[in-house]
Unconditional design. Structure first.
Length: 137
């Protein structure tokens, strides 16, 4: 997403038309560029203790994936480093594999941290919920 001006348009209203409403006049650059059509649908800040300490308070993003691109993108869980309240300029891959070649077999939708610190991932293509765990080894 590029910086821009958000406008909320009322498309139907009882009693007649309504003028557009300006949501925000502040123009800000994106905090992190994820790529076109990754469809970042769910995100959490990881606060658990199951994964190594470097994952604590990092931003995890469920990337549902593109459906109409010649080169598919997304279909993974991205990780963005956060330091002193600021986001890193890019992202790393936390979990991937839902895209095999050009064929998706899963589409991550949302994330939930379980009480034990594991990560739950919903997938609306397969109708599944996955549990991601970590064990030092």
């Amino acid at each position: 997403m590029t910086a821009g001006l958000l406008t909320l348009s009322v498309i139907a209203q009882r009693g007649g038309p309504a003028p557009p409403v300006q949501l925000n006049t502040l123009r800000m650059p994106p905090a992190v560029k994820l790529g076109p059509h990754v469809a970042a649908l769910g995100l959490i800040f990881y606060t658990g203790d199951m994964f190594p300490a470097e994952y604590k308070n990092e931003l995890l993003i469920a990337q549902h994936g593109s459906w109409n691109r010649s080169n598919p993108i997304g279909y993974r869980i991205g990780l963005v480093h956060v330091h002193e309240g600021q986001f890193a300029s890019g992202q790393r891959i936390f979990a991937e594999g839902w895209l095999q070649g050009r064929q998706p077999w899963g589409r991550p939708v949302d994330l939930l941290q379980a009480p034990d610190g594991s990560l739950l991932v919903s997938d609306d293509l397969q109708g599944r919920i996955y549990r991601i765990t970590y064990r030092a080894g």
